[in-house]
Design a protein around this ligand. Structure first.
Ligand SMILES: [Zn+2]
Length: 222
């Protein structure tokens, strides 16, 4: 049984940030309608904040953001948390280095995710910002435990994963970084598609990959 916490706008600044990132995601075309979702870990608490289900991004207010525990249970009365809460929780449980997640439904990421093709390391940022080739988690029903399991497994120790026929899960040390990863994934997918029209993309040479890997590791420690 959940002990309901009286709503008092706890974590107001973080709630505002979730709302702002949602508006940016919508305005930059990284999602449409009410698709996708955004969450962040609350520092020093075993809880997260996550966007509500089925509310347009431009209408979401800080009070609509849900406080959810690590069992996925809301701790306040209010709206329903996003249906994809299980994969957000799963990532936070497995990856202590991640405190922000942006789940986008952007067009070019969707296009690549529909083909289930792995994106090789053919641009510097695929390693320096994502942590290596971008893989596609297999298709599962939205909100299912199977989807959560496969997203977490396919993400591994990287910052982004595509979800087959669905979208992208983009992670960062905080929400600002997670949003930047979402923008970067969309750019990478766009270039991948354009390059693939001209021919097969070529991966970076080994020394280039090693160099970008070093930058990725440095950024993680920073
Ligand atoms: Zn989705």
């Amino acid at each position: 049984m959940i002990g309901w916490v009286k709503f008092n706008m706890k974590f107001e600044e973080l709630r505002k940030q979730v709302v702002e990132i949602g508006i940016k995601m919508f305005n930059q075309g990284l999602t449409h309608s009410t698709s996708g979702n955004i969450s962040c870990r609350i520092p020093n608490e075993n809880k997260i904040l996550i966007t509500p289900s089925s509310v347009p991004y431009l209408d979401i207010k800080p009070k609509d953001i849900l406080l959810v525990n690590m069992d996925g249970e809301p701790e306040e009365k209010g709206r329903n948390p996003s249906v994809e809460t299980p994969f957000h929780i799963g990532i936070y449980k497995k990856r202590n280095d991640i405190s922000g997640i942006v789940h986008s439904h952007s067009v070019y990421a969707l296009a690549v995710a529909a083909t289930k093709k792995t994106i090789p390391v053919f641009l510097d940022e695929i390693f320096s910002e994502i942590g290596g080739e971008i893989q596609v988690a297999k298709y599962n029903l939205p909100g299912s435990d199977e989807l959560a399991e496969d997203v977490i497994k396919t993400l591994g120790d990287k910052n982004a994963v595509l979800l087959a026929n669905h979208g992208a899960a983009c992670c960062g040390k905080n929400l600002v970084e997670a949003f930047h990863v979402a923008e970067t994934v969309e750019k990478i997918c766009r270039v991948f598609i354009l390059s693939s029209i001209l021919g097969e993309v070529e991966s970076l040479p080994e020394d280039g990959i090693e160099y970008q890997q070093m930058i990725y590791e440095m950024k993680k420690d920073f």
